[in-house]
Design a protein. Structure first.
Length: 319
């Protein structure tokens, strides 16, 4: 039976990009069952642009509540048995869904399919290869089976995703059954920059994952991207792992490694903050590091930060 895809496009003030995103969803060689555009209270010309496609899509507009609630509400309205997320500034190649169908047929156990992507800038220049950016040896270690450019990952790929995260929200499709089994999107993460990682990690921890290595998705990079604040994004990814543990979303076999990852990421954040002279923030992170990581080098950086604090204004604390 052919998967029935519901395409979910949350949007907010994306008048410059929304048309291209919608058209990329509508022009799929394997058409979706429906395309739902959920407008999170846009105040620019997004609505008038979307209305050009009103006979081809479902358009809903509500007051602004954030992208997390927009995705959650749109999925609740969807009728398909598979959910395909697409941010309103990103683009799919026309064979995107067709290749997802092929991947599902090759690996019927798959409940989530991630697709490779490249980035695109405001000039239309394409750069980067997400899957090629994986650490050396990562892919051979996580792949269970491979057919052409489709791969089925090991059942415990959650652990590998702690080392490297290949899947992005606009390049993943998952079954409604898997989505429902994890309780759907958690609105409590709406204040975090890396909120989509909370959903992805819960899906990966529970379901079987397959990947398509073809670069069928273009992720737009521009100044208004939420993920542009890389330091806060990194700190929020730590918070997400902490939330997953606190809320019981990490299966017992994965909890120890998740805790270890949190500790290592805190040390990385501490060093990144030092490099960027974020002395107030790094002192807050230092207090969370376990004694075994407090090397002489780490302690020296901590004491240097005391001097740096005298010369800098106190910023908003990351953690």
């Amino acid at each position: 039976m052919k998967p029935q895809f519901s395409v979910i496009i949350p949007t907010y003030n994306r008048q410059a990009f929304i048309a291209e995103a919608i058209e990329s969803a509508l022009k799929q060689t394997s058409p979706a069952t429906e395309v739902i555009v959920y407008d999170d209270g846009s105040t620019d010309d997004t609505e008038s642009i979307v209305e050009r496609y009103i006979n081809q899509i479902k358009y809903i507009k509500f007051r602004n509540a954030g992208v997390v609630m927009a995705r959650k509400n749109a999925i609740a309205m969807a009728s398909g048995d598979w959910i395909a997320l697409l941010d309103s500034d990103d683009i799919w190649r026309k064979n995107y869904l067709k290749d997802v169908v092929t991947c599902i047929n090759e690996f019927p156990v798959a409940e989530l399919v991630g697709t490779n992507f490249c980035n695109i800038d405001n000039t239309g220049t394409k750069f980067f290869d997400q899957f090629a950016s994986a650490p050396h040896g990562w892919w051979p270690s996580v792949v269970e089976n491979q057919k052409d450019h489709y791969t089925l990952l090991k059942a415990n790929c959650y652990l590998y995703f702690l080392k490297y995260q290949p899947i992005y929200v606009s390049a993943m499709v998952f079954s409604r059954e898997l989505y429902n089994s994890i309780g759907g999107i958690n609105p409590h993460v709406s204040h975090l920059l890396a909120e989509d990682a909370h959903l992805t990690r819960r899906l990966v921890a529970t379901g079987r994952v397959a990947c398509n290595t073809e670069k069928n998705v273009f992720i737009r990079k521009h100044d208004s991207n939420i993920s542009a604040n890389m330091m806060q994004n990194f700190a929020d990814r730590i918070k997400i792992l902490e939330l997953l543990l606190e809320e019981g979303d990490v299966p017992q076999p994965y909890q120890h490694e998740t805790k270890n990852t949190i500790t290592q990421w805190r040390l990385e954040l501490f060093n990144k903050l030092f490099e960027h002279s974020r002395y107030w923030d790094m002192q807050a992170v230092y207090k969370l590091l376990p004694p075994e990581l407090l090397t002489t080098k780490v302690r020296c950086k901590y004491w240097i930060s005391h001097l740096g604090r005298i010369m800098t204004r106190k910023p908003r604390i990351l953690l």
